[in-house]
Design a protein around this ligand. Structure first.
Ligand code: SF4
Length: 487
């Protein structure tokens, strides 16, 4: 694993000597290690200055004016509910500007007042084991440790619930788990906590405020499929979440409830790291470029072994659905990150199928005053139908659950330019349709093109991309033109 060896960098960054040492340790050519290091922004040089966090909410709120106050932009950090937000970089330290003053990025957590829910979102942050136990947690983990809960029962519970993966693709969770459970030999579980989707801050919130719930779900799933180890692959910028998870792992270990070796793996800091096979590539020490499928990770994942890769919210849902059974199924709870032009932006736990208009009203939004909503983040679509039920299946799937509201004053083309720039920047460059298509899309959006022929070609090109990043990059643009046409 190359990336962990690069941690604990000296203040002057990565020296040639340090890289040569890493190359020797991992028995790889120096050129290859350089190629890996250059790929991840985490190891890049950071210039001092003031940076605007460039998310879909900041884009809507006078981006050009905000940019004049900044020295550049920084990719989304899950701060949409607080946007616009600036970062200050100085002397090797990054600070988040908040109304209360600058806070070190390493300390910055999402305020708890953003949470509105019950099952996944506790009334207060649960950072001590005893608090989590008092909230009703740990009982299942204890039952499994004492042999009163079998892995098969966990699998059946997930099957009965019909849980769909919460990472965006909505793949049936039980089907993946069964495949790994049936695979022979050594197996692993990887928690995908590399949330980088603009508009989404649900996983970051869970990691920062309810880390034991994520760990309990991960350990139950790992035991159920027969995995021998658990890794939590966490976006490295979420440093408070990383620390809280590590503390929670230690507390479980001391309580004798860490059923399997479990460790945190800080990611490299790119959107593509959230694609499950790119994530595995990066854990194996290479550039985070998606693999050709099949084989799927459930057959051949980390280090060639069957691997269950699940999103944070998917695993956090496990203890809750196993505890509640029928009640969980009646009103299947889902987290929605609601931001933009609503009075109370934040994280809302709502039953799947809630109409979009009702979700917006819960957050203090008035659908009548809105121009459109970006549903599902960068890989999502602009919609105007506020009666739309928020579901996974249907013409407008919810993706990971981002809802960004725009009032009638907003310039959606400016928002779209941010999304197009994001895709062009985050394309890993492995396949030509995406590497070219995302650049062309950016130039078309900048020209505010409505040329139907060009747009058809762009769509056809991007559709031929290897992974979801390229394949979904055009959806927002296409839906923007539909929404604009309806005005
Ligand atoms: S679609 Fe884009 S991100 Fe995905 S493999 Fe191709 S170039 Fe990389």
């Amino acid at each position: 694993m190359t990336l962990p060896l690069l941690d604990g960098l000296p203040p002057e960054g990565l020296s040639p000597e340090r890289l040569a040492e890493v190359a020797r340790k991992v028995h790889r050519p120096l050129a290859e290690v350089w190629g890996v290091v250059r790929f991840y922004p985490r190891y890049g040089e950071e210039k001092d200055g003031r940076y605007l966090v460039d998310d879909p909410v900041a884009r809507a709120r006078g981006f050009e004016t905000l940019l004049r106050q900044a020295d550049g932009t920084h990719p989304p950090l899950g701060l949409e509910a607080l946007a616009p937000v600036f970062l200050q970089r100085k002397r090797g330290q990054t600070l988040v500007e908040t109304p209360q003053g600058p806070v070190p990025l390493s300390e910055h957590t999402l305020p708890f007042s953003l949470a509105h829910g019950q099952r996944l979102l506790p009334p207060e942050p649960l950072l001590q084991l005893e608090d989590y136990r008092a909230w009703g947690g740990l009982a299942l983990l204890k039952a499994m440790a004492e042999g009163r809960l079998s892995g098969e029962r966990v699998l059946e519970g997930v099957e009965e619930a019909g849980l769909l993966g919460r990472g965006g693709a909505a793949f049936p969770a039980a089907r993946k788990m069964r495949q790994v459970a049936q695979a022979p030999g050594e197996k692993y579980l990887v928690v995908n906590a590399d949330e980088s989707e603009p508009g989404n801050f649900k996983d970051r919130f869970l990691l920062e405020h309810n880390p034991f719930l994520v760990l309990e779900g991960a350990l139950l799933a790992a035991k159920a499929v027969g995995a021998g180890r658990v890794w939590l692959y966490v976006r490295w910028e979420f440093q408070a979440a990383l620390r809280r998870l590590e503390a929670a792992i230690r507390a479980l270990e001391e309580a004798g409830l860490l059923l399997l070796p479990t460790e945190v793996f800080p990611s490299g800091g790119l959107y593509i790291c959230g694609e499950e096979t790119a994530l595995l590539e990066s854990m194996e020490g290479r550039r985070a470029e998606p693999r050709l499928k099949p084989p799927y990770p459930v057959e051949k994942g980390l280090f060639g072994r069957p691997t269950l890769v699940n999103n944070v919210e998917t695993l956090a849902s496990l203890p809750v659905l196993l505890r509640e059974g029928q009640a969980w199924r009646r009103e299947e709870p889902k987290l929605f990150s609601i931001s933009g032009d609503v009075e109370r932006p934040g994280l809302y736990e709502l039953p799947l199928g809630t109409p979009l208009g009702e979700a917006l009203r819960r957050a203090g939004g008035e659908p009548e005053a809105l121009l459109a909503v970006l549903l599902g983040g960068a890989a999502g679509v602009f919609v105007r139908d506020f009666s739309l039920p928020l579901k996974y299946r249907g013409p407008r799937p919810i993706g990971a659950g981002a809802v960004v509201a725009y009032n009638r004053e907003r310039d959606l083309f400016q928002v779209m330019e941010g999304l197009a720039a994001f895709f062009a920047q985050e394309s890993c460059g492995k396949c030509f349709p995406c590497a070219l298509g995302t650049q062309v899309q950016l130039s078309l959006v900048q020209r505010r093109s409505r040329d139907e022929g060009l747009l058809r070609d762009l769509e056809a090109t991007l559709r031929g991309s290897l992974c979801g990043l390229g394949q979904s990059a055009y959806w927002a643009y296409k839906s923007l033109l539909e929404v604009e046409g309806a005005r």
